[in-house]
Design a protein around this ligand. Structure first.
Ligand SMILES: Nc1nc2c(ncn2[C@@H]2O[C@H](COP(=O)(O)OP(=O)(O)O)[C@@H](O)[C@H]2O)c(=O)[nH]1
Ligand SMILES: [Mg+2]
Length: 365
């Protein structure tokens, strides 16, 4: 799957924001209820909702057992319903919807694969494909609007053949063909220069099909999955209803039913893991008696910049970092032992952090 390295903005906080979009009745709100384990959302039809969810990470759990800290802070992310997807008159999504999509790190499209009360039958792969491409058309039309506006302006100012205009023309041609900005293979420089547009078709995309209660154990729409995978789009099927019912069973009994139903890992965890991979993120940990905490950052981030995610002082006054893979820390029984055995590495500003590393910044401001 192609990575989207460099796409992430340089947001200071490490809270990711993932959008959920789908036509009304597709089960968008039900998916949000499932991922946030907030059953109060079920059956709600009001304005679009946001839920903050915590990522279950077994590594963090093990580190917590080792350090026994006063506070544990797992990686969090926000899941945002985009709401009304009916198009504006001239095409493209409504302003409020586009507004809610601002600053998204990834966008998930929810497709209905379950039997709805009004149409009690399984939906064909063709129906889902059609729905998916009509959603994509909406996204390309939405992206087209600001491009046309800007190009018109540039022409008026006599800058119709500037570098900016020529890039925008390439983007317009692409969108007119119904293709995404994501798949254009822009250079990092070009990518940076259009960051302000927040194109929907540039955001890492995930397709999430809710196949209802009977779909466990095997992929129901392999053609759809193949199409997505070849386009660099994440794909996942969930059994929304079955999993929601599972939430009503006392937690300690859930595992048994989960296995019986062939549900495996919770779809929330599968979804987040998949989305992080798609966005190309890594997790690092900070540890101590006060707090054990997980942080998500773009893959390829340098030590000083990662320090800045924790606190701007840490980036400004960065001296060096002490780095250790989380499992080495566990095997050695703590940081003191890691230091004694020389396993705790000292790294400078330019060091590129790796997934699962414990990171301790020495700084001076
Ligand atoms: N059978 C079945 N029905 C579902 C499932 N998920 C949602 N529904 C139903 O589909 C309808 C629309 O769901 P909702 O989450 O409100 O969709 P939204 O309009 O996209 O937010 C409701 O009647 C839900 O009970 C599912 O997994 N299986
Ligand atoms: Mg809804």
């Amino acid at each position: 799957m192609p990575k989207n390295a460099g796409i992430r903005s340089s947001r200071k906080d490490s809270i990711m924001k993932i959008g959920l979009a789908g036509y009304s009745g597709s089960g968008v709100t039900s998916v949000l209820a499932l991922f946030s384990q907030d059953l109060g959302l079920l059956g709600r039809h009001g304005s679009p909702e946001i839920r903050s969810i915590k990522l279950h990470d077994p590594r963090l759990q093990r580190l917590t057992e080792l350090f026994n800290p006063r506070k544990v802070t797992p990686v969090q992310l926000d899941i945002v319903e985009l709401g009304d997807l009916r198009p504006e008159r001239g095409g493209g999504l409504r302003k409020e919807t586009v507004g809610r999509a601002a600053g998204l790190d990834a966008l998930a499209v929810v497709l209905r694969g379950f039997e709805a009360p009004m149409s009690p039958r399984i939906r064909s792969p063709e129906e889902l494909m059609k729905e998916m491409s009509s959603l994509f058309d909406e996204f390309t039309l939405t992206d087209m609007m600001p491009v046309e506006g800007r190009l018109e302006r540039l022409e008026k100012e006599g800058k119709g053949s500037s570098r900016e205009a020529s890039l925008l023309k390439r983007i317009r041609a692409r969108l007119e063909d119904g293709e995404s900005v994501r798949s254009m293979g822009l250079t990092p420089d070009e990518d940076r220069s259009i960051a302000g547009y927040q194109f929907l078709t540039r955001t890492p995309l995930y397709v999430l099909v809710n196949v209802g209660e009977d779909g466990a154990g095997k992929v129901q729409y392999p053609e759809l999955e193949a199409t997505c995978v070849s386009d660099g789009i994440g794909y996942m099927e969930i059994c929304g209803k079955a999993e929601l019912e599972l939430l009503e069973i006392p937690e300690e009994e859930r595992a048994v039913f989960q296995e019986e139903l062939g549900l495996g890992l919770s779809s929330k965890d599968r979804f987040i893991t998949g989305a992080f991979e798609l966005i190309d993120l890594i997790t690092f940990f900070t540890v101590g008696e006060d707090e054990v905490r997980g942080w998500t950052v773009p893959n390829g981030i340098k030590a000083a910049e990662a320090a800045g995610k924790i606190h701007s002082d840490l980036q400004r006054g960065f001296i060096r970092a002490e780095v250790l893979p989380w499992d080495d820390c566990l095997a050695l029984g703590g940081l003191a032992a890691a230091k004694e055995t020389g396993r705790l590495r000292i790294e400078g500003k330019e060091y590129i952090l790796k997934d699962g590393e414990i990171f301790h910044v020495r700084f001076n401001v």
